[in-house]
Design a protein around this ligand. Structure first.
Ligand code: SF4
Length: 135
């Protein structure tokens, strides 16, 4: 997303409708896992409940989450395909803010997992396995 920018708002809204459901059109995706705090994650992709995997938050503007703005949101049910970025990150808070959010999310995750210099390679292998669908 940093290179291509976020997808357009129309694409975002369409994707959100696929996950969330649209009254009279399609039901919510059965893999849409809503939490008590209003956060929604995909329960099928193996990304877990990481900030960058967050689909959307009930009652919050789209710019507070990233995944459905990414050119390739990695829907495991192939319900949404890759779309080109719009060249802008405005919809998700601008390039610097976006980069900062990604770095903060990555740092929080690394710290929460107890990653040290000694076990970095194990952690990287775990992430690689998850992104290859091996978890
Ligand atoms: S499987 Fe696709 S449509 Fe369903 S919640 Fe996950 S990302 Fe959304």
């Amino acid at each position: 997303m940093m290179r291509e920018g976020a997808v357009t708002n129309e694409v975002y809204e369409y994707r959100r409708g696929v996950c969330e459901g649209v009254e009279g059109l399609n039901p919510p995706c059965p893999f849409n896992k809503g939490k008590e705090n209003g956060e929604h994650y995909c329960d099928k992709c193996g990304c877990g409940e990481r900030k960058f995997a967050l689909l959307y938050i009930d009652g919050e503007p789209p710019g507070n989450t990233e995944r459905l703005h990414m050119p390739d949101p990695q829907c495991p049910m192939y319900a949404m395909r890759r779309m080109p970025g719009s060249g802008s990150l405005k919809s998700v808070g601008g390039r610097i803010k976006q980069l900062k959010k990604l770095l903060v999310a990555a740092k929080e995750e690394v710290v929460s997992k107890g990653v040290t210099e000694k076990n970095t390679n194990e952690y990287l292998a775990e992430i690689e396995g998850a992104s290859n669908g091996n978890t």
